[in-house]
Design a protein around this ligand. Structure first.
Ligand SMILES: Cc1cc2nc3c(=O)[nH]c(=O)nc-3n(C[C@H](O)[C@H](O)[C@H](O)COP(=O)(O)OP(=O)(O)OC[C@H]3O[C@@H](n4cnc5c(N)ncnc54)[C@H](O)[C@@H]3O)c2cc1C
Length: 395
């Protein structure tokens, strides 16, 4: 639904893609949301279907089965995927497409790409990214999982927590320390395959929201990983991961805006139907102004995602704009969720209304993919306000 005419960021080709994804979400995903949220797992068939539709390799080279498109095309896809009422599903798919596998496409060898990318793009093989540990999240340089070289293997020891797609994934991009004495300059990225000896996955207890997504804890006990599974250069893992975080933060921002837009649309519909004090809720001026103000803030958030997208597509340093975008979108999306729930009154507190779930789901984004405080640290650094001793923060 176009609420008002506005300068279009998208081409006709993008619009065609958007219509296709919207129809797919409405017809093939939304009817199953309750079932998947209850199960706490996205069926693998969903990834395969996304693969069939050509949606898992949007920016990957055509020679491996991808589309070779730009960031704008990804944004067109994510805006529509975000209309899926299982926000956990959206997160799981984005972890696969934009938060993990791009490390392979960017840093992998020709052999590695030929081996794994086609299955990732077709949805046969699901990916996860494993950075966070029990003792280190925002402070990524503080991780303690190690990988010591023994012959033609790395022997991995340690654990990771809060890993999205943990139960479903076949391929885990795991950040480890290959030279612990060098701190963040001694980190590497390994691709660990499901079923590797000494590698176990445990589902983490129930979450506040994002129930459709499976979150797990990974444990590595003397787990041998072949040296040919090193992604990129040994001891450059920290920098490789830093370079990928901008995409992770942008796609999560786009998803938040999409979710929040849906919350506003639902609230409008509810306000037009609900009668109180002899008139419709929508007829109170305070309601109209509230919704107009939320839409205004959301439009500002959306335009920031577009600015960040353009910056990335033009090959410029997007660190500051993406951080601004992530922090601002999370704040606005949480405010929208809160105010739209309020408009629903007691019904907003009931699970049968999607706003109750959305309110819980959206809260993750002030924490996941870089906490808001970290985003402001990054922006402050770009403004020349931060001391160099903190340079290792997840920028
Ligand atoms: C549902 C879910 C899914 C996730 N999926 C994944 C995944 O797939 N892969 C993965 O690796 N991780 C994942 N995470 C982990 C997520 O990225 C981390 O939770 C996040 O980076 C914060 O790390 P932390 O939880 O260790 O909090 P901490 O780093 O301990 O931070 C705690 C709080 O301190 C504050 N803070 C942080 N830094 C600063 C600062 N510099 N200045 C002031 N205050 C600060 C913030 O408010 C922050 O929330 C997931 C988390 C959740 C909840």
């Amino acid at each position: 639904m176009e609420m008002y005419p506005i300068y279009s960021f998208f081409s006709e080709e993008h619009r065609i893609l958007k219509r296709m994804v919207r129809q797919f979400v409405e017809e093939e995903l939304n009817p199953h949301v309750e079932e998947w949220e209850e199960a706490g797992l996205i069926p693998r068939e969903v990834f395969k279907r996304l693969g069939e539709l050509g949606l898992l390799g949007i920016r990957f080279p055509e020679e491996y089965g991808g589309t070779g498109a730009d960031m704008k095309t990804t944004v067109a896809f994510v805006e529509e995927l975000a209309r899926c009422r299982s926000r956990g599903l959206v997160m799981g798919v984005l972890v696969h497409t934009d938060m993990s596998s791009p490390y392979l496409a960017r840093w992998g060898t020709e052999e590695q790409k030929r081996r794994w990318l086609p299955g990732i793009i077709s949805g046969e093989r699901i990916c996860a990214i494993a950075l966070t540990e029990p003792g280190a999240g925002s402070d990524l340089a503080g991780i303690s999982t190690t990988a010591r070289r023994e012959g033609d293997h790395y022997i991995v020891n340690g654990s990771k927590v809060f890993i999205t797609n943990a139960l479903n994934a076949d391929l885990f991009f795991v950040l480890v320390k290959t030279a612990p004495e060098l701190g963040h300059r001694g980190m590497s990225l390994l691709l660990v395959e499901k079923g590797a000896p000494g590698f176990t996955v445990r589902r983490m207890p129930k979450k506040l929201g994002m129930h459709g997504s499976d979150t797990g804890e990974l444990t590595f006990e003397d787990c041998p990983v072949p040296i040919e599974n090193l992604i990129g250069e040994e001891n450059r893992g920290f920098y490789q991961v830093m370079s990928g975080l901008q995409i992770e933060r942008l796609v999560s921002s786009v998803a938040m805006v999409g979710h929040a837009q849906q919350a506003i649309e639902d609230a409008i519909q509810y306000a037009q139907e609900r009668e109180l004090f002899g008139q419709r809720l929508a007829d109170f001026q305070v309601t109209r102004h509230k919704l107009a103000k939320l839409q205004t803030k959301l439009e500002a958030a959306r335009q920031l995602t577009y600015a960040a997208t353009r910056t990335i597509d033009e090959g410029l340093d997007a660190t500051a704009v993406v951080s601004m975008c992530k922090a601002f979108c999370a704040d606005v999306a949480c405010e929208v969720a809160d105010e739209c729930l309020q408009l629903h009154g007691g019904y907003g507190y009931m699970e049968e209304y999607d706003i109750a779930r959305l309110y819980r789901d959206i809260r993750l984004w002030k924490i996941g993919a870089g906490a808001t405080e970290v985003m402001y640290e990054v922006i402050a650094k770009k403004m020349g306000l931060r001391e160099r001793k903190q340079e290792m923060i997840r920028t």
